[in-house]
Design a protein around this ligand. Structure first.
Ligand SMILES: Cc1ncc(COP(=O)(O)O)c(C=O)c1O
Length: 387
């Protein structure tokens, strides 16, 4: 005889596969007007042999790092009945030491802020410095989350152009800043999805013209030969905020840790809008463990930069146009129809990114075997482009 009792209140004819509440559609909800018709951001997460579409580091963390993360998370788990350090001071101290070591700029915890990915840092910046009645300007094409987070915080988005080769024209950039006087200005360096970094002299010119906060998004900074904008913090303390992430070179995308370097007052502004205890104790512990292995993790940067050169040269030999890159990805073309070409890559088991730039696709630099697979697929896909 079964010992399992039927639930007393279960309706006799409850549908088994429809979730509770599925009779209500998104369009029925009292949603903000400006969100009606919008689609959620997200690259396809497909189960494909070669995934080169989200600019991660293709090398998994080494066993010593994994062991340290596990040990630190275990010890943090003993305190999970308590809220974490709301201000993540120990982690910010470690991030300051890391960034000071890389840039030569003396930084302390008061110059650093951390959140769940640099997307959250950007959202906090827009909550503090953007918002209704304010504007944010970016040079397009660039990182698509900048306008999306602007929309989410009701900050008016102003797209300004780049040159036809996707590089930033500093003279036109300064003119756009003077004309629009944005409250928040985004400069992505190296730029995603096009790849080039912005020289410090150009950044300085743009910063000198900007009336509001200038967010230099350096998500791919470790791959670039250009110096970090952190070196300009002493010159522009009231306007510059440099955003970085552990998701790319640091091979910590799954850990979700982004950070910002700025004057302490800018960090104080973010404290006004952050949610209390936004960074879990587990995230803080794991990120600190990963930071202790920074030098071994970042060894992969040299390999990836060399592979970027090899992939770019091989693509050119196959007849592709390749946009010069300072990051761990390459924008290339030209395809008669980039969405048809994207599908053809997928048919070869290679997932690249359609970034909505006519005739172009973006490929993340992977391990040498992944890049070989990508190049083999490219030979076939590019051959289909020829008349
Ligand atoms: C330019 C740029 N900024 C920020 C991010 C966000 O990174 P995360 O939120 O993982 O730190 C990305 C991710 O692709 C990016 O390309």
């Amino acid at each position: 005889m079964s010992t399992v009792e039927a639930p007393v209140d279960a309706p006799v004819d409850a549908p088994v596969d429809a979730p509770v509440g599925s009779g209500v559609a998104l369009a029925d909800l009292p949603l903000r007007e400006d969100l009606r018709g919008a689609s959620p951001y997200g690259a396809p997460q497909l189960d494909v042999p070669v995934r080169l579409n989200t600019n991660e580091n293709p090398y998994p963390p080494p066993p010593a790092l994994v062991a340290e993360v596990v040990a630190e998370v275990e010890s943090a788990a003993c305190e999970l009945h308590r809220y974490p350090d709301r201000d993540a001071v120990a982690l910010r101290t470690d991030l300051a030491a890391y960034l000071a070591g890389r840039t030569g700029v003396p930084l302390t915890a008061s110059n650093l802020w951390a959140a769940n990915g640099s997307n959250e840092v950007i959202q906090q910046l827009l909550q503090a410095f953007g918002g209704p009645g304010r504007s944010a300007l970016g040079f397009v094409p660039s990182y698509s989350m900048h306008p999306i987070i602007s929309a989410g915080t009701r900050t008016a988005w102003i797209p300004a152009p780049r040159r036809a080769d996707f590089s930033l024209d500093a003279v036109r950039a300064v003119a756009a800043v003077r004309e629009h006087r944005p409250d928040v200005l985004f400069v992505t360096s190296p730029n995603n999805p096009t790849g080039a970094a912005v020289p410090l002299a150009d950044l300085r010119a743009v910063l000198a013209a900007a009336p509001g906060i200038v967010v230099v998004d350096e998500a791919y900074g470790e791959f670039s030969h250009q110096p970090s904008a952190v070196g300009l913090l002493a010159e522009f303390p009231g306007t510059l905020a440099v955003c970085r992430t552990m998701s790319k070179a640091f091979a910590f995308a799954g850990g979700r840790l982004g950070y910002l370097a700025a004057a302490p007052a800018v960090v104080d502004a973010l404290l006004l809008v952050r949610l209390p205890y936004h960074l879990s104790a587990l995230t803080q512990a794991a990120a600190r463990a990963a930071l202790r292995h920074a030098s071994s993790t970042l060894d992969s940067v040299a390999t990836l930069v060399a592979e970027r050169g090899r992939v770019s040269a091989a693509l050119r030999e196959l007849g592709a146009e390749v946009v010069p890159s300072d990051a761990n990805f390459v924008l290339f073309g030209r395809f008669a129809d980039e969405s048809v070409a994207w599908r053809r890559y997928l048919d070869h088991g290679v997932l690249v990114r359609d970034v909505d730039i006519e005739g172009h696709l973006r490929v993340t630099i992977g391990t040498p075997p992944e890049n070989d697979a990508f190049l083999a697929a490219s030979a076939a896909v590019l051959a289909q482009e020829r008349p």
